[in-house]
Design a protein around this ligand. Sequence first.
Ligand code: SAM
Length: 281
Amino acid sequence: MFVKSISAYNIKSSLNKIEIDDNLKFFFKSSEKMKEISTNEVNLIITSPPYFNYVKYGKGIGHETTYDEYLLNLKKVFEECHRVLSPGGTFVINITNMKSRLKVEKKSFLYPLVANVIKIMADIGFIFFDEIIWVKGNANNGALKGKPLFGSYPYPPTPKILDSIFENILVFRKEGKRKKVDKSIKESSKLTKEEWIEYTKGIWFIEPDRKAKHPATFPIEIPKRLIKMYSFKGDVVLDPFAGTGTTLIAAYILDRKSIGYEINNCFKEEFIQKFEKIIQE
Ligand SMILES: C[S@@+](CC[C@H](N)C(=O)[O-])C[C@H]1O[C@@H](n2cnc3c(N)ncnc32)[C@H](O)[C@@H]1O
């Protein structure tokens, strides 16, 4: 197997894997089976799953012909996540209800993704623990420039609420008690009072990452906050739908170990560029 080191950082890249030091492992394969991870090895999972029939990444979940099939495939990955997550561990899912498109579904409705994901997670045995609303700022990327474009404007009864304004961050727990951490690790993982107050407000105003080539990356501030809130230094953080590896980079910066799975290896290059840029900032 051809393995090479790239750049000043100890980045080792082979066909289906990138490794940085002994701290970050990024596998370019499906997360339906994560045989590289042993049972109960992970302390925290943070992910943003692909949406149904929306963004075409190339292959993987989201390309199914029916919504039910899509949910079944998501469930397979979440079950595998349950296996690798340690007792008392946290699993955070960033998702939102998805609007149908007239061109595709021929009628207007919402796919109830948030409700469906909560049900799937409960069926697997996770505890629904908390929730945060991520407000993405400027309505529809500001594309409307203040113009009222939607629905039956200016008359009732069918105005449409703007798309892409907020997303849900759902926090789940696996039953059980996590192992105690050393006092020194606990101390060095402490949040500041300002961080604590800001993060626990439950509504986060954070601009989306508009520069990314990947169509659905989340800004690094999201995994950074979640990692600080739900893990200790040295913990293992997993993202089973890693995309450009934002979660992994946040974990690396915050001295956590990380593992990622991404089925489309076309995001490899963007991951390396993003890693080097963020590390240098
Ligand atoms: C919403 S994106 C995640 C973006 C990521 N949070 C970031 O910041 O770059 C979902 C990703 O899941 C990937 N994916 C879909 N099915 C998968 C599977 N079975 N295993 C691993 N990755 C998969 C898609 O290719 C896509 O990149």
